[in-house]
Design a protein around this ligand. Structure first.
Ligand code: SAM
Length: 195
């Protein structure tokens, strides 16, 4: 099996990738992660999805491609120029709502509103390395928590590996999660909240 063949990416992806490269954004999610997120999004009919760290909207596009017409996706990034790119290509889809603000403040506002989610893709600092407990509390029972970028990269600063190890250990120790670690793509964890 070749996992990179016949991914059938969403039609908008090519333009989004070109725009992402043109602006020199190098932290974009890869196609394998995108395809997994699309598959997971499709398991949540009428689902409420959350992405922390929109970037230019690559994973956003993949998730939208898996979501049904009744599903919704909230996505946040603090960098307005990145959000503008994602909005240019994806905002015509009424299922997605963009927020250009600090992710920690966004998480706090979701807690105040007592929102809950069927799938959370945590792809930035808040929701992954900070506010983990708060973010997991936004998950419904049976909801999926997904993180990537867990395998060492040459560009990681010296202080990053221990933070990743700490995050993985914190997730492994939680009695309310069932998780699978995937040494695939950039290194992912899929976790489901059980209670
Ligand atoms: C790994 S990238 C996200 C990639 C994106 N999910 C994709 O599919 O290409 C991480 C993003 O987090 C954003 N970011 C960093 N700190 C943040 C914060 N405190 N709140 C919100 N976004 C933040 C960055 O601007 C960057 O776009």
């Amino acid at each position: 099996m070749n996992d990179t063949l016949n991914l059938h990416p969403p039609a908008v992806l090519q333009s989004l990738v070109a725009a992402t490269r043109a602006m020199g954004f190098t932290m974009a999610s890869d196609e394998l992660t995108g395809s997994l997120l699309r598959t997971l999004a499709a398991t949540k009919p009428a689902g409420n999805l959350l992405e922390l760290g929109t970037g230019t909207g690559l994973a956003t596009a993949w998730m939208l491609d898996g979501m049904d017409a009744q599903s919704t996706l909230h996505t946040v990034d603090q960098d307005e120029s990145l959000v503008a790119v994602a909005q240019k290509y994806l905002a015509s889809d009424s299922r997605v709502t963009f927020a250009a603000m600090d992710g920690a403040a966004f998480i706090e506002s979701l807690l105040v509103q007592q929102k809950t989610f069927d799938l959370i893709f945590a792809d930035t600092w808040p929701g992954k390395f900070w506010l983990l407990e708060e973010t997991l509390s936004l998950l419904k029972i049976g909801g999926l928590y997904v993180i990537d970028d867990l395998l060492p990269q040459p560009n990681w600063p010296e202080e990053h590996p221990p933070k990743v190890a700490q995050l993985i250990a914190a997730l492994e120790q939680r009695p309310d999660l069932r998780l699978t670690k995937l040494n695939w793509s950039t290194g992912l964890i899929l976790a489901v909240r059980t209670h």
